[in-house]
Write a protein that binds this ligand. Structure first.
Ligand code: UTP
Length: 224
């Protein structure tokens, strides 16, 4: 049985247009795929995490405390998803080693420790579980040549090498709440373990399914 790790942005599951029907469709997809694949889902914090982090930063809290606030929100989002996926764990693990030991076909978690985003958690889980694929499900159609939320003429990249990504974004962690497509520490692990990594729009469940099942999808393949 193949193992897939999906890092799903908080902005995908908790957004203005993510309603009950989106959740139901996502759960149906996970249930359907769980008969063929072992699936690990790492849920991000999205806008809610960023709100807490921005306010906390203005209040002068330390970066570590800001990360910790973000982690707590990712775990709340993970708890929400785990509560509606019948066959998943109900207790949210706080480390990837703990998650890797859970004997369920769908395992759901959020963040772990300060200093990175949930992308790194996904990459670390992919390493520990010996996963076949790592899917980054974000709120845009893959990786672009520049930020598509800021530039109308941003072009989607169908593929990009891990070397180019590291050259462009580095492997370091910027600051709590950093909104980058994939965080630097995660790029470092992807490069180290050479895991096939696909970036896809998680709101488009048909494309997410294609990426998860290794079919041609609309998004970006990272060449490792
Ligand atoms: P996210 O993984 O949600 O970051 O974690 P993000 O890049 O904003 O992702 P989207 O928008 O959900 O796609 C939110 C924040 O929580 C802290 C970091 O500060 C991060 O920016 N965090 C999260 C950690 O410190 N450690 C973790 O393991 C996870």
């Amino acid at each position: 049985m193949e193992t897939i790790v999906v890092s799903i942005g908080g902005s995908v599951i908790i957004s203005e247009d993510a309603d009950v029907s989106f959740f139901k469709k996502l759960v149906n997809l996970l249930n359907k795929l769980s008969s063929k694949y072992k699936i690990f889902i790492v849920v991000g914090g999205g806008k809610t995490a960023r709100k807490y982090i921005e306010l906390g930063r203005e209040l002068g809290l330390s970066e570590e405390t800001l990360d910790d606030l973000g982690i707590k929100i990712t775990r709340i989002n993970a708890k929400l998803l785990a509560s509606i996926v019948e066959t998943s764990n109900k207790k949210i693990p706080s480390t990837t080693s703990e998650a890797n030991k859970i004997n369920k076909t769908i395992v759901i978690m959020g963040g772990t420790i300060p200093g990175h985003s949930t992308d790194l958690v996904g990459a670390e889980l992919a390493e520990k579980s010996g996963a076949d694929r790592f899917i980054i499900a974000t709120n845009v159609d893959g990786i672009y040549d520049k930020d598509p939320n800021k530039y109308d003429d941003a072009k989607q990249l169908r593929e990009i090498s891990i070397e180019k990504l590291i050259e462009k974004y580095g492997t370091g962690w910027n600051a709590a709440g950093s909104n980058v497509v994939i965080d630097g520490p995660a790029l470092d692990v992807i490069d180290k373990i050479k895991i096939p990594t696909f970036v896809v729009n998680g709101k488009q469940l048909d494309q997410l399914e294609k990426a998860m099942t290794n079919q041609k999808f609309n998004g970006t393949r990272i060449i490792i």
